[in-house]
Design a binder for this molecule. Structure first.
Ligand code: GCW
Length: 679
C-alpha cells in the first residue's frame, strides 16, 4: 500500500479476505494488488532454495500461513523455536507477529489466523513497522465470542423491531422480510471480526411466530446472512422456539422425551446443515418470561437441552441454553421468594446432566444486567457443565445509548472476578470453553449504535473476549485511534485526552446518579429508561429495594434473609454475608441496613446517596463542557449527535438525582449534611 509491499500467502477464505482487505485499502490509499497462484508441485521460488530471506521480494509486511510461506525467513525460524519451547499450535484463529529488519511478519497455522493478524497490524498502525519486535503469539482466550441480536422480523407491537434496541431498526430485517440491501451486513461482519467476535445470532431469544419459521421455511434468509458473514470467520446461530415441533411440525407435543419430537429435531437440524454446512447452533430461552419450555411436560432443562444437542451433535453444532429462568409472576408480599436465587436453584442441581455440546448461557449477574450486581453464583456452581457468560452491550439499564456509558471497566472487573478467591480461576477462565456472549447494540442507525460513543462497547467486548486481561483503558485507546484517527486532527492530544475524560469513568458516573449501592431496578417499568424509585416495588417481577422510613436494601444473608449468599463458594459466601466485609458498592444487594449505617468508606448510607447523586450530575455537566472543546476536531455530524445525547444525559441525570434524593429524604427525614437543595 503506497510505498509498502505486502505479501499474502495462504489458502481458503481466510487468506482471500485478507487480500480483499488489502485491495480495499489500496483503493482508498493508493497501490495495487497482483494475484499469483502458488507454483504447482510444491515448487518453491528460487529464493527459498537458496535459503534466502524475504529481502529479494523487498517486502514490508508478510501475512502467510506457515505452510504457504514461499521462502525460509527469520520469522519462521522464530516461530519454530517458539514452538520448540512449548507454544504448541496457534489454533484456528491464532497468529504470531514478529519484526526482523524491515519486514513485519504475521504467521498463522490456519488462514483464519491471518485475518486476525491483519486486524492486529491495523490496530498497531505505524508501530507495526517500527523497531524490531520479538515474536508475540496471540490466541483467543475464549473459543466462542458471540453477538446475540434481539431482532424481530416483524415489528413487535410492544418491543418494536429490535427488543431493547436503541439504534434504529434491524440491519437484517425490514417490513417482515430479509432486507433487500444487505450491504450493511457485510460491513458488520467485517466490524465484528476486527473486534474479535466470531459468531452471531440473527433473531431475538423471544422467538415469536414469524421468527420461529427461520428454522424451516425461512431458512434461506439465514443462509443468505451466513454467506455474507462467512468470509470474516463469523458463524451464524439461530434462536429457536422450544415448542417448534408443535408450532412448525404440527405435532401434538414438544415433550423432549417423546420419540416423534426427537425425530422432528433430528430431521429439521439435518436440513439446516444441508443448507448451511457451517451453521453454529441454537440458542434457547425456555420457561422464561413466557417462552415455552420443558416444564410444561414435567421434564427438566437437561432433558430439554439434550434433545436439541443430540440433533446438533453429528454436525458439530452447539446449543446455548439460557439460564435466565425465574418466576416473573411472584407476589411482592412474599419475602421468601428471591429472584436472585432462581438460576442457581434451577440449574446447579443439573450439573453433569448436560451433553458436551450444551453450553449453559448465564447472565453475568443473578438479576438482569443492572449497573452493578455481583457475579452470578451459577458461574461457580457447575464444574461439569460448559458455561457461557452473557453481557449486554445494548444499554437497557445503562442509559439506552442516550447516556455515555463505557462498559469496558465493568466487564473487565467481572471477567477478572475470582469466585473461589484470589488464586482460583476467574470468570474468564470458566467461560473459556463455553463462550462469551454480548447482546448487540447495533442497528440501522447511521452511527451504528445511536450514540456514536457506544460503539466502543462492542469493540471492548470483542477485545476482552479475545484477551480478558487487557486493560479497558488501553482498549479504549485502541478504539479511539481506530475510530477518530486523532493524528489527522490539529490537536490529537486534546482529542484523545478528551475522549478518555468523557468515557473512562462514565460507567461509574452513571452508577453515581442512578440506583445506589447495588440495589438496582429503580427504573420506569416497561421501557426501563429514567428514574422511578418505586416503579417495580409492588410488581410481580421480583426486583425490590424494600425502602421504608428506617432503611433500605435486600436481606439476602443466610442468617436472616433469603440465604442467597450461601450460593457462593468461600470466601465470597462469607464476605457477602458480613455487614462489615461486604463491598460498599454491593451493600444493598445483600443487606437491608438503616440509613445511618456507616459504609467502609466512612460515610453513612444516606449521605452516600446524596453525595453520589450530586457528584454524578456534576460529572455529566463537566463531560458536556469537555466535549464542547473538541468541536472542531471531530466530524461535525458525530459531534452534533454526541452533543444532543449529552444534553439529554444531563437532563436525565438531574431527574435521577432529584427523584432519588427526594425519595430518600422523604422516607428517612435525614437532611443532607451539606445543606444542598433536595425537593
Ligand atoms: O432484560 C430482560 C429484558 C427482556 C429480555 C430478557 C432476556 C429478550 O427486559 O427484554 O428479553 O431480559 O434476557 O431474555
Amino acid at each position: 500500500i503506497g510505498s509498502r509491499r505486502i505479501l499474502v500467502s495462504g489458502p481458503g477464505t481466510g487468506a482471500e479476505t485478507v487480500l480483499r482487505e488489502i485491495e480495499r485499502a489500496c483503493a482508498r490509499y493508493g497501490g495495487s494488488v497482483r494475484r499469483q497462484s502458488p507454483p504447482s508441485g510444491g515448487e518453491r521460488p528460487a529464493a527459498d532454495r537458496a535459503g534466502a530471506d524475504t529481502a529479494p521480494y523487498d517486502l514490508a509486511l508478510v501475512l502467510a500461513t506457515e505452510q504457504a510461506l514461499p521462502v525460509e525467513t527469520a520469522a519462521r525460524a522464530d516461530l519454530r523455536r517458539h514452538r520448540g519451547e512449548g507454544t504448541g499450535t496457534l489454533g484456528e484463529e491464532g497468529f504470531a507477529l514478529v519484526r526482523h529488519g524491515d519486514v513485519t511478519t504475521v504467521l498463522a497455522d490456519q488462514p483464519g489466523g491471518l485475518r486476525y493478524g491483519l486486524f492486529h497490524v491495523v490496530r498497531l498502525g505505524e508501530s507495526a513497522f517500527g523497531p524490531a519486535r520479538q515474536i508475540e503469539v496471540h490466541r483467543p482466550a475464549t473459543r466462542l465470542r458471540i453477538a446475540n441480536h434481539w431482532d424481530n422480523i416483524d415489528v413487535h407491537p410492544v418491543m418494536g423491531q429490535v427488543e431493547r434496541g436503541y439504534a434504529g431498526g434491524s440491519i437484517f430485517w425490514r417490513d417482515g422480510a430479509l432486507r433487500r440491501d444487505l450491504s450493511r451486513v457485510g460491513d458488520y461482519a467485517r466490524l465484528l471480526a476486527a473486534c474479535g467476535i466470531n459468531a452471531i445470532t440473527v433473531n431475538n431469544v423471544n422467538v415469536h411466530v414469524t421468527e420461529a419459521h427461520l428454522l424451516t421455511t425461512r431458512l434461506g434468509d439465514v443462509a443468505a446472512i451466513a454467506d455474507l458473514v462467512r468470509p470474516y470467520g463469523i458463524r451464524v446461530h439461530l434462536s429457536v422456539n422450544f415448542a417448534s415441533p408443535v408450532a412448525l411440525g404440527g405435532l401434538a407435543t414438544a415433550d423432549p422425551l417423546e420419540q416423534d419430537v426427537r425425530a422432528w429435531w433430528t430431521e429439521t437440524t439435518r436440513r439446516v446443515y444441508e443448507t448451511i454446512p457451517d451453521f453454529g447452533g441454537y440458542v434457547v430461552k425456555a420457561d422464561s418470561e413466557g417462552q415455552p419450555g420443558p416444564f410444561a411436560y414435567g421434564r427438566s432443562h437437561a432433558d430439554g437441552a439434550n434433545v436439541l444437542a443430540d440433533a446438533l451433535a453429528p454436525f458439530g453444532g452447539v446449543v446455548h441454553w439460557r439460564a435466565f429462568v425465574y418466576n416473573h409472576r411472584q407476589d411482592w408480599r412474599d419475602r421468601s421468594t428471591d429472584r436472585a436465587r432462581a438460576a442457581y436453584d434451577h440449574f446447579a442441581p443439573l450439573d453433569g446432566q448436560f451433553r458436551d455440546n450444551v453450553i449453559l448461557q448465564v447472565k453475568h449477574g443473578p438479576l438482569d444486567f443492572q449497573t452493578r450486581e455481583p457475579v452470578s453464583p451459577v458461574i461457580a456452581a457447575m464444574p461439569a457443565t460448559r458455561l457461557a457468560v452473557e453481557f449486554q452491550a445494548t444499554q437497557e439499564y445503562t442509559g439506552q445509548q442516550r447516556h455515555v456509558c463505557y462498559l469496558g471497566p465493568w466487564w473487565s472487573e467481572l471477567l477478572r472476578f475470582a469466585p473461589w478467591g484470589a488464586n482460583g480461576d476467574t470468570v474468564a477462565d470458566v467461560a473459556a470453553n463455553g463462550g462469551l456472549v454480548v447482546v448487540s447494540n447495533v442497528g440501522d442507525d447511521p452511527f451504528w449504535t445511536g450514540h456514536p460513543l457506544a460503539q466502543a462497547n462492542l469493540y471492548a467486548f470483542g477485545r476482552l473476549a479475545w484477551a480478558p486481561e487487557l486493560d479497558p483503558a488501553a482498549v479504549l485507546d485502541e478504539w479511539i485511534d481506530l475510530t477518530f484517527v486523532p493524528s489527522a486532527t490539529s490537536d490529537p492530544d486534546l482529542l484523545r485526552r478528551t475522549l478518555h475524560e468523557v468515557m473512562d469513568d462514565s460507567w461509574r458516573t452513571y452508577e453515581r446518579y442512578t440506583a445506589p449501592l447495588g440495589v438496582g431496578f429503580m427504573v420506569r417499568p416497561g421501557n426501563h429508561y429514567g428514574p422511578d424509585v418505586d416503579g417495580y416495588e409492588y410488581t410481580p417481577w421480583g426486583t425490590y429495594h424494600f425502602a421504608d422510613r428506617d432503611g433500605v436494601g435486600v436481606d439476602r444473608t443466610r442468617s436472616s434473609g433469603t440465604g442467597f449468599t450461601g450460593q457462593y463458594p468461600s470466601p465470597w459466601s462469607d464476605r457477602y454475608e458480613s455487614l462489615q466485609d461486604c463491598p460498599d458498592e454491593l451493600l444493598l444487594f445483600f443487606h437491608h441496613v438503616p440509613y445511618g449505617h456507616v459504609l467502609r468508606s466512612g460515610t453513612t448510607v444516606i449521605q452516600h446517596i446524596y453525595d453520589t447523586h450530586f457528584a454524578g450530575v456534576e460529572q455529566v455537566a463537566e463531560t458536556r463542557r469537555r466535549w464542547e472543546r473538541v468541536a472542531g476536531l471531530v466530524d461535525p455530524a458525530v459531534h452534533a449527535r454526541v452533543t444532543e445525547r449529552l444534553n439529554e444525559q444531563l437532563r436525565s441525570a438531574q431527574e435521577w438525582r432529584d427523584q432519588v434524593n427526594t425519595y430518600f429524604y422523604r422516607k428517612s427525614g435525614v437532611p443532607d449534611a451539606h445543606g444542598r437543595r433536595i425537593h
